[in-house]
Design a protein. Sequence first.
Length: 297
Amino acid sequence: MNRLKNLMILPFFLMACGPQENAYDASGTFEAVETLISAEANGVIKALDIREGQELHAGQAIGYIDSTQLYLRKLQLQSQIKAVLSKRPNVAIQLAALQEQLSQAIREQRRLANLVRADAATPKQLDDANAQVAVIKKQIAAQQSSLGITSSSLTQEASPLEVQIAQLEDELAKSRIVNPLDGIVLVKYAEANETVTVGKPLYKIADLSSIILLAYITGPQFSQLKLNQTVTVLVDDAESGYREYPGVVEWISGKAEFTPKTIQTKDERENLVYATKIRVKNDGLLKIGMYCEVRFD
C-alpha cells in the first residue's frame, strides 16, 4: 500500500522539481537600426564591390558610377575660364609708357626748378613743367581705373564658370560610392553595369556590434522598469537551454498598445502593453528577428 502511494506521489514531485515555465518577464525579437544607402549620381554603375553579410567600415570606397561626361564638362569649363581670363589686361605693361613719360616730366620739372632759382629760366616754363607732370599723373590714374574695371569685369564673368566647376566636382565626388558607417551589409539591391538614378537604393547596412531587443511589458511591469536599468536577456541555445546576455533599457514607450499577435507577455490576460527597447552587446550570435525572453533583475 505504501509502495503504491509513493508511486502516485512521484509524478507530482518530479513536476515540482522540473524547470519552471514562464521564468521570464517579457519576450520579443531582435532588431537593428538599418540604413538604406542610395545612389547620389545618375549613370551606369562601373563597380560595386560588396556582398551580403560583408562587414564594411565608415569611409570605405566600395565602387563608383560612370562620371566620364561630368569630367569632360569640367574640362570644358576650365578651358572657358582660361579663355576669359586671358583677356585681362596686363596693367604694368600698358602703363609702362605713361610711367616713362612721367619720369621724364619729373626730371624736366626738377631741372627747370633749378634754372628758375638761378634766374636761367622763367617761372612760366616751370609752371608748364608742373602742369605736364599733373596731366600725366591723371592719365595714369584714369588708365589704371579703366584697366581695373576691365579686369574686374572679366573676373566676374569667370566666377559663374568656377561655380559650375565646383558643382561638377561635387557631382564627381558623389559618383564615388563610399560607405558612410560601420556595419554589415544586409541586402544588396544593385549590381555593376546597372543604370541608376539619384535616390535608387544600392544596399542596406546595419551596425550589429550591438543589437536592440524590442519587447513588450504589461501595465503592472510598466511601473517597475526604468531607463538605463540592467536586465538579463535569455536566448535559446542548441542544447535546449539559455544563453544569457546583459541588456540595458534605453527606451520605454509612454503609450500603451494592444499586444501584437506575435508577442507573448508574462500575463497573457493583459490586453494593453508598452513597447520597450533593450540594447544588447552582440557577440556575433545574435541575429535580427531572433526570438528571446527578458528577465528583469
